[in-house]
Design a binder for this molecule. Structure first.
Ligand SMILES: [Zn+2]
Length: 148
C-alpha cells in the first residue's frame, strides 16, 4: 500500500481545531456530565462503598454507561489537545499520513485517517463474520473482493 501523503495541517487549521476541541471540552464540563476530576489520571470512583454501589442500581447503570462514554470522549479531547501541544496532532497513528482537515473538523478526536479507519472497520466486521461462520462449521471469506 502506497499511502498518498496529504498536506500537513496549517497552523491556522490546527488553531481552528484546537478551538473546536476546547469548545467541546468546555461544553462537556459545563453540562456536568464530566467533571474536571474525570480528566485526572488518578480519579477515584464516585462509588465509595457497597451501600453506594447498591444505590447506583440498574436505573443508574444506564446513566452511568452514558456518563462513561462522555468521560471517554472528554479524555480523547484531552489527548488530542496534548497532541496539539506536542505538535503531533492530525497524524494517523497507523500510517502517519496527515488526517484530512475536513475529517478532523467533523471528528476532531480522530486519530486514524479515513483509509485506516475504513480498513480497521472492515477487519472488525470480517472478524465478526469469521467467528460466526466458524460456529456454522464452514469457512466463508467475504474479504476476497478486497485486493491487498
Ligand atoms: Zn492512516
Amino acid at each position: 500500500m502506497a499511502p498518498v501523503q496529504n498536506k500537513p495541517l496549517t497552523k491556522k487549521q490546527i488553531d481552528q481545531l484546537k478551538n473546536k476541541l476546547e469548545e467541546e471540552k468546555a461544553s462537556l464540563l459545563f453540562s456536568g456530565k464530566v467533571s474536571s476530576e474525570d480528566l485526572g489520571l488518578n480519579s477515584t470512583d464516585d462509588v465509595n462503598d457497597e451501600a453506594d454501589a447498591a444505590i447506583a442500581d440498574y436505573e443508574g447503570s444506564h446513566l452511568l454507561r452514558f456518563r462513561n462514554r462522555e468521560v471517554m470522549y472528554a479524555k480523547k479531547i484531552e489527548k488530542a489537545l496534548k497532541k496539539i501541544e506536542a505538535g503531533e496532532y492530525g497524524e494517523c497513528t497507523e500510517c502517519s499520513d496527515t488526517i484530512r482537515f475536513e475529517r478532523l473538523m467533523a471528528r476532531p478526536t480522530a486519530d486514524l485517517c479515513i483509509l485506516c479507519k475504513e480498513e480497521s472497520e472492515r477487519e472488525e466486521s470480517s472478524n465478526i463474520f469469521g467467528r460466526m461462520s466458524k460456529s456454522l462449521g464452514k469457512t466463508l471469506d467475504l474479504s476476497t473482493g478486497v485486493s491487498r
